[in-house]
Design a protein around this ligand. Structure first.
Ligand code: PMP
Length: 410
């Protein structure tokens, strides 16, 4: 049956595979990466902002001078040197020795994505409920779906997750006789919504979860990428019991190295390592050495500032273009950091249906439906500002506004 797209293996798949579909983002990448298309669809950091010559030299030396260890197997938990550096990085946002963070309780992962998968493997049985913001990170939806869990979305507003809505969702899940295992949340510069949970709500959300016996999975890839001053401390800096903290070097250094981590309650740490060893044996020794050397010999704090400056300028370019060009009835979030703006379309417009017309007009975005497990989100879209330069962002919004105006007139 070569040359056909029919899948002969359908009857043989495991149950967890049956609901697997390509993410909307993945399907878009092929068209969105054509040079004539302005892509506001991706989530890629602006790697050209790194000192690539110096990083390249460092990577070369790691092979030629230290290859005996960097090209060898390592231990499942990740190197102690890197775990110590990770604790240093976390202490910048208030997760420190005082809040019980220790290299002993850090597990190095293959990006933030493996961290999510490990947590799902550890805690989710088929049919379990996960509470998550609506909209939420598309890659997390894929992980929960593969675990055959059911995602119940909790709405956000401009101050992040709405605590009353969380309480309501918990009550409804338990009324229906099901069990919610954890709250999955991206409290800071949320992907895709771009909003941040306020200080006051952080405490309330933690209290609600504690009372309901819900674990909290805090996913924080963007917390170091704030543009406008103080960033609220992570949930993990406020509470150590029952809070799992996940992060990654993908947005602060380089996603190509695939290095992330979990800070887990001490009792769970061993289980995470065992699960990770079953999956990958150990994280890449080479990639870990690269991150460790980057953090110990290169000006990484300065680099963070550079990323923030580049993204602030691009965020401003996007917000100004939206203000100047979008048709009436369109609204959007104003992120204080991160990579994304969430736009809500005038009544009746459907971002998914509109996508082929947008591609024809040479602009791409991610339709809001990709960020919900339940098919909602058609009236919204995610716009990325980290990758295209400011003038391309404006041109992309101009094209997008043109497409929307035509849809309204239809
Ligand atoms: N969590 C969130 C909220 C993300 O946005 C991403 C990356 N887009 C990840 C996890 C995965 O990160 P990584 O690339 O390090 O696997």
């Amino acid at each position: 049956m070569t040359g056909t797209t029919l899948d002969d293996y359908t009857d043989r798949y495991a149950r967890r595979v049956r609901g697997m579909t390509a993410s909307e983002i993945r399907a878009l990448f092929a068209v969105a990466s054509r040079p004539e298309v302005v892509s506001l669809a991706g989530g890629a950091p602006y790697i050209a902002a790194l000192p690539l010559d110096a990083v390249g030299e460092m990577l070369g030396r790691l092979g030629s001078e230290d290859g005996v260890t960097t090209l060898q197997y390592g231990i499942g938990q990740g190197t102690l040197e890197l775990r110590e550096r990770i604790c240093e990085v976390m202490s910048l946002s208030g997760i420190d020795v005082g809040s019980g963070a220790s290299p002993e309780d850090v597990v190095v992962t293959v990006g933030g994505q493996q961290a999510l998968d490990l947590v799902a493997r550890l805690f989710l049985d088929p049919g379990d409920v996960v509470l998550a913001e609506g909209p939420t990170y598309v890659g997390a939806l894929g992980v929960f779906q593969a675990a055959q869990a059911q995602v119940v979305h909790v709405p956000m507003d401009e101050d992040g997750l709405v605590p009353e809505a969380l309480e309501l969702a918990i009550a409804e899940v338990s009324k229906s006789g099901r069990r919610a295992k954890f709250l999955y949340t991206i409290p800071t510069f949320q992907n895709p919504a771009g909003v941040t949970l306020t200080e006051e709500r952080r405490e309330r959300v933690l209290d609600i979860c504690e009372r309901a016996g819900l674990l909290v999975i805090e996913d924080d890839p963007y917390g170091q990428l704030g543009f406008d001053g103080d960033v609220p401390a992570p949930l993990r800096a406020r509470r150590r019991d029952g809070v799992f903290y996940l992060s990654t070097f993908s947005k602060t250094f380089a996603p190509g190295l695939r290095v992330g981590w979990i800070l887990a309650p001490h009792a769970v740490r061993d289980k995470l390592v065992i699960a990770s060893e079953a999956q990958i044996l150990c994280p890449s020794a080479y990639a870990q050495a690269a991150v460790t050397t980057y953090l110990s010999t290169m000006p990484w704090r300065e680099q963070l500032k550079t990323y923030r400056e580049v993204y602030r300028e691009r965020r401003d370019a996007l917000l100004t273009a939206l203000q100047d060009l979008m048709p009436p009835g369109t609204t959007w979030t104003r992120p204080g950091g991160g990579l994304f703006v969430w736009a809500s379309l005038p009544d009746g417009l459907d971002s998914k249906a509109m996508m082929p017309r947008a591609i024809a007009a040479r602009v791409a975005y991610v339709p809001g439906t990709g960020f919900y497990a339940d098919g909602n989100g058609a009236g919204h879209m995610r716009l990325n500002f980290s990758f295209p330069p400011p003038d391309r962002i404006r041109e992309g919004v101009r094209r997008l506004a043109g497409v929307m105006e035509q849809e309204i007139a239809m």
